[in-house]
Design a binder for this molecule. Structure first.
Ligand code: GLN
Length: 486
């Protein structure tokens, strides 16, 4: 039996139900592990041991009274530091919110609490979720548990690294252009970005509201199904949340069997794809073919416009969403301002980091009169074409299979040009522009021992089908049983 801190939710649900150990034992194991490795990983912005142990004790009391609430009761789950938890710091890894304590719970937080989860820690990320390496955090970089001199990916790098390192049993991240799937790939764990509208964004610090979705990082596809089942569903507090029935994703896993029709988008296998990643994904394709799946090459002809479209729409929305940080009601406030206008200028100049400023400037530009039609409006039209590409492909196939990232985890400090970082997103951002669900599943290692992820992209609101396809691969491979040697 592997250590408690490396076991899955499903294993713990059984272990806790059989009273082999308590939620307090499990939480203590995760806390001890965190203290042992956090010096090298630095996945957390903050954590509150006493609070986590109190939650675990409540879970044990419920269980003793015969009132255990299900698979998540007593499970330590970490949240990216952009998701609100009452009474806990909420920083978005920004100086702007360095001293902010959330006065309320986000909807996913409420749902996890209702499921009995032990909320454990605030996880590092790129500032306001803008980045692909977690190096844009105003506080500190996070190390990849497989090689702490390398990045864990981003923006939800702390969520991916904490899970891979055994510092939590599952975590939540947010994904605007790949921020769950890419770090999942870099850290060798499962990461699911749900269909836009499936999970409430209430209590998520907004980056680009038409693209943002919260989703789980998990050790296994089954665990991702368990967490998704707990956090999904309509929420009157989020006007973009969809009124769809939430199936029992875990139960559906067993009910859905292949073979499936899988599309391979030819635009996702071109120049820039690391050959070792390409070879690993080809092997995964061969696996599905051997299982009787129909493998079809498909085309998503507007793929070449995804990056430009994303960096217009995401920055436009960010410039609007971040206008609220003016130092007046909350957030960083400059000390020596001459007047109120100067206070805005200085507070924002001091509070935001370079990447956030770059995006606010770009977003303000594309929305300004005279440029709105040429950039923003045009990008919205191209976005419709990108979504249509995917929907056309789904006439012939059930899901698409691609690499998650063109490259494996790179060295901290290696990529200094913002454009080089933006290029990391080429396989993930189309999914956000089209509002689709996507999952990254471990699919091997490079020769130097770095994890590789493959991405499966599903049809809108068919997370159940997507998870089943992913699990078919996972069950036949032992990647998720491997853990980093920290
Ligand atoms: N890397 C992308 C960006 O910097 C995506 C980030 C995200 O999904 N939050 O915008």
């Amino acid at each position: 039996m592997s250590e408690l801190y490396f076991q899955s939710i499903a294993e713990h649900a059984a272990g806790l139900a059989a009273k082999k150990y308590s939620a307090v034992d499990l939480t203590k194991a995760v806390i001890a592990r965190t203290k042992a490795v956090e010096g090298r990983v630095q996945a957390f912005n903050s954590f509150d041991e006493a609070d986590a142990l109190a939650q675990a004790a409540e879970s044990d009391a419920r269980r003793a009274a015969g009132q255990a609430r299900g698979a998540l009761d007593g499970i330590p789950i970490g949240l990216k530091d952009v998701i609100a938890v009452t009474g806990q710091p909420l920083t978005a890894s920004s100086k702007m919110l360095a001293n902010f304590v959330s006065p309320y719970d986000g909807t996913v937080t409420v749902k996890l609490k209702q499921a009995g989860a032990v909320l454990w820690g605030r996880l590092n990320c790129d500032e306001f979720a803008m980045g692909s390496s977690t190096e844009n955090s105003a506080f500190h970089p996070t190390g990849n548990p497989w090689d702490p001199t390398r990045v864990p990916g981003g923006s939800s790098g702390g969520s991916a690294a904490a899970l891979a390192a055994g510092e939590a049993t599952a975590t939540l991240g947010s994904d605007t252009g790949g921020s769950i799937r890419q770090p999942a790939a870099f850290c060798g764990v499962v990461g699911l970005k749900p269909t836009y509208g499936l999970v409430s964004r209430y209590g998520l610090i907004a980056f680009a509201s038409s693209l943002d979705q919260i989703g789980p990082f998990a050790r296994t596809v089954e665990d991702a199904a368990i967490v998704l089942g707990a956090i999904a569903g309509h929420d009157p507090l989020d006007s973009t949340s969809f009124k769809a029935d939430v199936p029992d994703y875990r139960a559906e896993l067993g009910a859905r069997q292949g073979p499936w029709r899988l599309g391979i988008p030819k635009e996702y296998f071109g120049a820039g794809l690391d050959p070792e990643i390409g070879a690993a994904v080809e092997k995964a394709i061969a696996f599905y073919r051997a299982q009787g799946c129909e493998i079809k090459e498909v085309s998503l002809p507007h793929t070449q416009y995804c990056l430009d479209t994303y960096y217009i729409i995401a920055t436009a929305e960010a410039s609007s969403n971040l206008a609220r940080y003016d130092g007046i009601r909350y957030g960083h406030r400059a000390k020596n301002a001459k007047d109120v206008v100067d206070l805005y200028f200085q507070s924002r100049a001091e509070g935001f980091g370079a990447e956030v400023k770059r995006r606010i400037i770009l977003g303000t530009y594309v929305l300004s009169s005279g440029y709105y039609d040429a950039y923003y409006l045009r990008a919205q039209k191209v976005r419709t074409l990108i979504r249509q590409d995917f929907l056309n492909a789904y006439r012939d196939v059930d899901a698409l299979l691609t690499p998650t990232s063109p490259i494996p985890a790179f060295k901290i400090g290696e990529k200094t040009d913002p454009l080089a970082l933006y290029l990391c997103d080429i396989y993930t951002i189309g999914v956000n522009l089209a509002g689709l669900p996507g999952i990254s599943v471990p699919c091997g290692f490079t020769k130097s021992g770095l994890p590789i992820g493959m991405q499966l992209i599903g049809q809108p609101f068919n997370e159940a089908g997507l998870l089943a396809i992913a699990q078919a691969y996972e069950k036949a491979h032992e990647w998720s049983a491997r853990h980093p040697n920290l």
